[in-house]
Design a protein around this ligand. Structure first.
Ligand code: COA
Length: 330
């Protein structure tokens, strides 16, 4: 018995924040942002939309496309760095409540932008051990709630959105998740973090005055480590599985910065037409980035049953992960 990615779904909020809007907010330009990041616009959730609301919309689509009843879901995992509530209840529990799925295990994971691939690896283990049958994975982010819109080093990069997938069982290896590598190195934590409002610097007027509740990033250091780590990690998973670049149908990287994607893609000599790119229109949506990109390619009719997808991602922690996944949906 193998684990299989049966369906994908996504949701992008309606409001668009483009580079010209940002020109009016911080000292930057459309030209600079596009040249350095490839981003043209990103979506921003409305005031009354929280991360769980975005997640619910993506989840409903994934459940419908999987052709299962919501009662068949026996585990819900949500990856997010912008949960509805800092401590409890988890966003997975909030989503379960809104979907009307009761009495099943539901929890969040914290792996920043690597969240989707991290939970894919957990889902694979739950399915292959026989513990669970149909798992709902949600990567959802209202990162705009964590962004300091006076900091031009970060506010140009991030956007809101959600993606979801159903992981089920299959006996057919040609529609199974092949392999997942997930890793972390805590020594780099301070290069990308939200320092405030946890137990280290509890929420206080001082924490807020010092803007410690917002994302802080040493962008250039993150950039260099991301390119090196992602390239090595992708080479490693391909070699370990004896997969050639030409065997891969779709390269679906984390959409943080077009230059990071291009560096990995050119090093691997991966064809542009097999690479899925959504960074221009969504920016970096962290844990939602890979499922949103996969959904885009799926809705364009590019992803067919049995196609081999290569996922790779990098994020705060630092965390990173790669996956080889055959699409098990239709
Ligand atoms: N508009 C205009 N100028 C800007 C700017 C902006 N939005 N942000 C930074 N700059 C300036 C800097 O102040 C600096 O000016 P200086 O040379 O006068 O000091 C100059 O541009 C270069 O800054 P640097 O940080 O070296 O630029 P960069 O080429 O590394 O690009 C990022 C900055 C943030 C776009 C890039 O480092 C990046 O994408 N890093 C990875 C971020 C990421 O992916 N994080 C999430 C990981 S999941």
């Amino acid at each position: 018995m193998y684990a299989s990615l049966k369906s994908i779904g996504a949701y992008a909020p309606e409001r668009i924040l483009n580079n010209f809007h940002l020109e009016e907010m911080v000292e930057t330009s459309d030209e600079w942002i596009e040249k350095r990041t490839g981003i043209k616009e990103r979506r921003i959730a409305s005031e009354d939309e929280s991360t769980s609301d975005l997640g619910v919309k993506a989840a409903e689509q994934a459940i419908e496309r999987a052709g299962i009843a919501k009662e068949e879901i026996d585990l819900i995992i949500c990856a997010t760095l912008s949960p509805d509530y800092l401590c409890m209840p988890s966003t997975a529990c909030v989503i379960a409540g809104k979907l009307g799925i009761h009495n099943v295990m539901a929890f969040d994971i914290s792996a920043a932008c690597s969240g989707f691939v991290y939970m894919l690896s957990m889902a694979k283990a739950f399915i292959e051990s026989g513990m669970k049958k149909n798992i709902l994975l949600i990567g959802a982010e209202k990162i705009s709630s964590l962004v300091d819109y006076t900091d031009r080093g970060t506010c140009i990069l991030f956007g809101d959105g959600a993606g979801a997938a159903i992981i089920g069982r299959t006996e057919d290896k040609n529609e199974a998740i092949v392999d997942i590598h997930a890793s972390a190195d805590g020594r780099y934590g301070e290069l990308l973090m939200t320092p405030g409002c946890g137990s280290k610097y509890p929420c206080s007027q001082e924490t807020l005055d010092n803007k410690l509740n917002f994302i802080k990033m040493q962008g250039n250091d993150v950039y260099k480590i991301a390119v090196k780590t992602l390239t090595n990690d992708v080479i490693d998973i391909l070699e370990k599985n004896n997969v050639q670049v030409s065997d891969v149908d779709h390269f679906i990287p984390h959409q943080a910065n077009l230059r990071i994607i291009e560096a990995v893609r050119t090093k691997l000599e991966f064809p542009l037409e097999k690479t899925v790119l959504t960074v221009a229109k969504y920016g970096n949506t962290s844990a939602a980035s890979i499922p949103m990109a996969m959904n885009d390619a799926y809705e364009q009719g590019r992803i067919k049953k049995g196609d081999l997808m290569l996922l790779d991602t990098f994020g705060g922690g630092f965390t990173w992960a790669s996956a080889l996944v055959r699409f098990g949906g239709h």
